[in-house]
Design a protein. Structure first.
Lengths: 346, 326
């Protein structure tokens, strides 16, 4: 188990290395110095305690959406809808955090768990709908999860036009959630860091997903269904029920990611904060080979890259478009390396 | 840059530190052909003409701009600029943390001793395009489409109406807003609908102050063969011959002038209000629509412009707030 995990991780590591070499060629070819650009990338990603905190914070929502995608993949389901599930989860968390403000529930020990629970439920139900459609009617989950992303994004924008939801003023956002519903930030790093307890929650979910997949009977059934649904049925597994349950759990993970954003980073539901979080989660799951630990490492890679890219953008004249090309080269190679490995193993 | 540094070194015994300016753009901002591009142009011009070291950053995520402000402030930059009213609260927070750093914000007012607020006399520019509309109309009915119904947009509306009535007291001005939320600035379909209603009521020149909602206004005008008036940036090219002119806010001029002051060590906090006199607002050159205007219109507009600058014409400022008065 451990040795195979190490081998699994060696491939992406080699891919990252090759990607950086190719990236260096791009940097030189466009007339910049790789030392300067990679220096800025490194500084932005890991250069100071503050920047490390930024990298971890950028990684946090991606751990949740990455886990959501990876868990579904293990059951043979392609959940493209993590973004929509995250939006619904974030909205549910914001509403619990706002509506229970000043009530008897407004203590850290009840409002925070309730908000997280609401987020997991909302995200889970949003994921369970395409799961149910797949189990009962055989409608492909890819189509439905994609479509439900649009519905969720438009719903999210719509909510912010409703007078009793929206905060007064011209900025599209809800009021601030109760201070008791806030995921505590790592203020020991600096007073304005946004790295928060949600990161620990993400680590907990990494362990939970690993534990369920490889240490429980349900996880076994899930993986069997993912490997061969026909054989699983023959062996007595309930494929339909598993499909719905997995899509619920997958959506719940994404929903928790939304809660982390609302309760730990923005403190209110704000328009468009979600853009890219779900789709990047797919790439994170691919890079992480659909293994929870791989997802964690993949999310850290993406979070650090994003942060390094911001530093390059801010402090050098290297064109923004090329930063994205650099990022894309890395992602592309890491993802295709996994494919190469599977092909050579087969 | 190296040459410039050498030149400095030669000119003064103790070479001065180059002035560093950091510009924080809106998410997805560059390429908007409006505020962000304008601010970027202003910074580029300052780089060419003033020997400064320019830095710019474009956040990739929502609500991330405070981090960019902070990064430039930590570096000890001589000026840190934010673009647009959405950055108001984050710039305010960071400016409080760094009271010794000079900040500037475009199109919003932050009341701190180290922040310059770059504001525009939209009413003056709107007066001028209102006068142009009065000259171009054949039906004596003109229209105004606003985005979100907020005081800033009323400022355009009032100035436009006054300008039109200055030349033709009997002109009819139809006025509509696209909505009461921020989405009213990004609803081209609504813009088209409102414009078609106005055209049905015989309006033949329609001014929009409505962000991308205005794309629908311009499209409707083109389809029905009437004239639109653009806003913020030069939008005349968007439907050549059908956009009479545009009420341009010269963000580039505002940024350039501010950088110049910082370079000379004369940073002023508080409101910097740019009107016709400061070239902060203006009309375009009517490149595609000269033949649709009466002869001698340019001289007439110039005369009005001069009168406003000299104070002989007083245009109502809908937002006239004591704090922002010049």
């Amino acid at each position: 188990m451990q040795r195979s995990l190490l081998r699994d991780l060696a491939y992406p590591a080699v891919a990252v290395f090759i990607a950086f070499l190719l990236g260096a060629l791009l940097v030189v070819a466009t007339g910049y110095s790789p030392a300067e650009i990679y220096g800025a990338l490194w500084h932005g990603a890991f250069g100071s305690a503050e920047n490390v905190a930024w990298s971890l914070q950028n990684a946090t929502p991606l751990v949740f959406t990455g886990l959501a995608v990876a868990l579904a993949f293990r059951a043979g389901l392609f959940n493209v809808g993590a973004e929509g599930q995250l939006i619904l989860g974030a909205f549910a968390a914001s509403q619990v955090g706002i509506r229970l403000k000043g009530t008897a529930f407004d203590t850290t020990l009840s409002i925070l768990p309730l908000a997280l629970l609401a987020a997991a439920l909302a995200g889970g139900l949003w994921g369970a709908i395409p799961g149910w459609l797949k189990a009962r009617l055989g409608v492909h989950e890819v189509i439905n999860t994609i479509m439900m992303n649009f519905i969720a994004a438009l719903l999210g924008s719509y909510f912010l036009t409703v007078p009793w939801i929206k905060e007064a003023g011209s900025v599209p956002q809800t009021p601030i959630v109760s201070a008791n519903a806030v995921l505590p930030a790592a203020r020991f790093i600096n007073p304005y860091t946004r790295l928060n307890a949600g990161f620990l929650l993400a680590l907990g979910c990494v362990f939970l997903v690993w534990f369920v997949l490889w240490r429980t009977w349900h996880g076994f059934e899930l993986r069997i269904v993912g490997l061969n649904a026909g054989a699983a049925t023959y062996a007595g597994a309930n494929v339909g029920r598993t499909t719905i349950a997995v899509m619920f759990a997958s959506g719940a993970l994404a929903g928790l990611g939304g809660a982390e954003q609302v309760l730990g980073v923005h403190y209110h539901f704000i328009k468009d904060f979600w853009v890219g979080l779900g789709f990047t989660g797919i790439a994170v799951a691919l890079v992480g080979e659909n293994h929870p630990v791989g997802v964690l490492l993949g999310a850290l890679l993406f979070g650090a890259l994003q942060n390094g890219a911001a530093e390059i953008d801010m402090m050098t004249t290297f064109p923004r478009e090329l930063i994205q090309v650099l990022q894309a080269i890395i992602i592309f190679l890491v993802a295709s390396m996994g494919y190469v490995r599977k092909r050579s193993a087969a | 840059m190296g040459l410039a540094l050498l030149a400095w070194g030669a000119a003064s015994a103790a070479p001065e530190k180059p002035v560093r300016v950091g510009l924080v753009l809106s998410v997805g901002g560059l390429g908007d052909k409006s505020f962000n591009d304008g601010a970027y142009e202003g910074l580029k011009r300052a780089t060419r003409e003033l020997d400064i070291l320019p830095y710019d950053g474009e956040p990739t995520m929502v609500a991330e701009d405070d981090r960019y402000f902070r990064r430039y402030a930590v570096e000890g930059f001589d000026l840190v600029i934010g673009v647009g009213f959405l950055m108001q609260s984050s710039l305010e927070a960071v400016a409080k943390e760094f009271p010794r750093i000079h900040f500037a914000i475009v199109d919003a007012f932050v009341d701190l001793p180290n922040v310059a607020s770059l504001l525009f006399k939209e009413h003056e520019g709107s007066f001028l395009v209102g006068a142009a509309a009065a000259m171009a109309t054949k039906t004596n009915v003109i229209g105004f489409v606003g985005g979100m119904e907020i005081p800033l947009i009323h400022k355009f509306r009032v100035g436009y109406g006054e300008g039109a009535r200055y030349l033709n007291p009997r002109i009819e001005v139809l006025e509509k807003f696209a909505g009461s939320g921020p989405e009213a600035f990004s609803d081209p379909f609504k813009g088209k609908q409102l414009t078609e209603t106005m055209i049905a009521q015989k309006a033949d020149v329609i001014f929009h102050a409505s962000g991308s909602t205005g794309n629908g206004v311009i499209e409707a005008c083109k389809q029905h063969g009437v004239l639109a008036i653009g806003v913020d940036a030069n939008q005349d090219y968007m439907a050549k011959g059908y956009v009479l002119t545009s009420m341009v806010k010269r963000v580039d001029v505002a940024i350039f002038e501010l950088v110049k002051e910082v370079k000379a060590g004369r940073f002023r906090a508080g409101p910097h209000v740019l009107g016709l006199a400061e070239n902060g607002v203006c009309t375009t050159d009517f490149a595609y629509t000269k033949q649709k205007m009466p002869a001698g219109f340019e001289a007439k507009l110039e005369a009005i412009r001069q009168k406003i600058i000299r104070g002989e014409i007083l245009v109502t400022d809908y937002t006239a707030r004591p704090a922002a008065a010049k």
